[in-house]
Design a protein around this ligand. Structure first.
Ligand SMILES: C[S@@+](CC[C@H](N)C(=O)[O-])C[C@H]1O[C@@H](n2cnc3c(N)ncnc32)[C@H](O)[C@@H]1O
Ligand SMILES: [Zn+2]
Ligand SMILES: [Zn+2]
Length: 399
């Protein structure tokens, strides 16, 4: 049986000497010993060879978690466009992960042969233990209240905010803000409502474009962060601590435009919120709603990879979706955040709610990679962003 990674390399370098697979036999990615897993000498865990580097001065293998810093470095080699560089906890020098080290002729096996140190570091596990796919953590609708929504965002507020700069997080900056702002159009001297304003980055951005901004947000901790920023840089933004489905303090027909950026799927009473936004908009006013694309956010959503331990996003070969027509609250898992409470609804539920509220849909988009992303992201990140849309954007008009 061939090694999956030796085959990958051979596909671009036919002269490469491949090795037979000895580990994870029978899986979608059987591997030779060089391309198997290595035990980190600091934390004693086994990791994918591309999540492992060898420090020549420390003469030790170490993993991405024990590296003092990790970066992606551009550089085409064999089947790949980039590699990871780890900073050694012993010498402080940057060393490439074992895939790139092998290409450079610096892999410890090429230098030392099968010396004891190398052989000991190759993990003795024969297989990667695969657990059944995590199912969606659905909750019964009647058990979930707005207090749970608040709690979910309050606990995550600091970690959430740390992913942002003035232009949002990576997804907003490189993917969805450009099409969202294009649909929102001019805001100069207009009264604009930001529904679910979070840490307020969008309210600030629109205020800097001349809008008179009002933000409504249910999570007190998010609101505090936004208020702190307003205190530091006075942009005249008014924030209200309230639910979007109860905005009685805002008068009828007073806003020119409204926006909600990744919020509708987090609102329990989204129909109530739509009715409120409709009420406060002037006739002819627009509401631009960006939300997680329901077609790609349901069931055990996530990427399917042949080697479950791979750090490379380009090895993802499909995206998993299921239980699309099931509705209700669930806890989603995002990076290092505590599980985030959201509500799944098929797209047609949103469509019907827009119509029943009285809105007319007059614009739509599905963000992939924006101009800024094409300019600033390395090509493999552009490729990543071109696979599936994480969000959809509706522009709704109050007739
Ligand atoms: C994914 S965050 C997006 C925040 C911000 N719009 C942004 O783009 O950075 C969702 C926000 O919606 C807020 N939220 C959830 N339910 C809400 C409700 N019923 N009324 C107002 N805000 C709500 C959450 O507290 C959270 O701050
Ligand atoms: Zn191999
Ligand atoms: Zn480690």
């Amino acid at each position: 049986m061939n090694c999956y990674y030796c085959d990958e390399i051979k596909s671009t370098a036919p002269e490469y000497t491949d090795s037979p697979a000895r580990f994870d036999l029978g899986s979608a990615a059987p591997r030779c010993s060089k391309h198997w897993r290595y035990v980190c000498s600091m934390c004693d865990t086994a990791n994918h060879f591309m999540s492992t580097a060898f420090c020549p001065s420390g003469r030790n293998f170490f993993c991405s978690r024990c590296a003092t810093d990790v970066r992606q470095e551009a550089g085409e080699f064999w089947a790949w466009q980039y590699f990871f560089g780890f900073r050694s906890p012993w010498s402080g020098e940057w060393v490439p992960t074992l895939d790139r080290a092998e290409f450079n002729g610096e892999h410890p096996i090429s230098i030392d042969g099968e010396r004891a140190a190398t052989r000991l570091a190759i993990s003795k596990e024969e297989y990667i233990v695969r657990y059944p796919e995590k199912r969606t953590l659905w909750r019964p609708e009647h058990e979930v209240t707005e207090a749970d929504v608040q709690a979910s965002w309050n606990t995550n507020a600091e970690r959430w905010d740390s992913m942002y700069d003035d232009d949002g997080d990576r997804n907003r900056r490189y993917q969805s803000d450009e099409p969202m702002l294009a649909l929102l159009g001019d805001v100069e001297s207009m009264n604009v409502l930001d529904v679910g304003s979070g840490n307020g980055y969008l309210s600030r951005k629109l205020a800097r474009s001349g809008a008179s901004m009002t933000g409504v947000e249910i999570a007190s901790r998010m609101l505090e962060i936004a208020a702190e920023r307003e205190h530091q840089e006075h942009l005249g933004i008014t924030y209200h601590h309230a639910s979007a489905s109860e905005m009685d303090f805002l008068e009828d027909s007073t806003f020119d435009k409204a926006v909600s950026n990744y919020v509708l799927m987090d609102i329990k009473d989204y129909v109530g919120a739509l009715n409120q936004v409709f009420r406060i908009l002037k006739s002819g006013g627009h509401f631009v709603a960006v939300f997680s694309h329901p077609c790609f956010a349901s069931g055990p959503a996530g990427w399917v990879v042949p080697a479950p331990d791979t750090p490379r996003s380009e090895e993802r070969f499909a995206y998993r979706v299921d239980t699309y027509f099931q509705r209700g609250p669930y806890y989603g898992v995002w990076g290092n955040l505590d599980p985030v409470l959201s509500f799944h609804r098929p797209l047609r539920d949103y469509w019907r709610a827009f119509e029943e509220t009285g809105f007319v849909v007059d614009g739509f988009d599905e963000p992939s990679v924006a101009e800024r992303g094409r300019r600033e992201l390395p090509p493999w990140r552009v490729q990543e962003a071109l696979r599936i849309p994480y969000s959809c954007i509706f522009r709704l008009k109050k007739p």
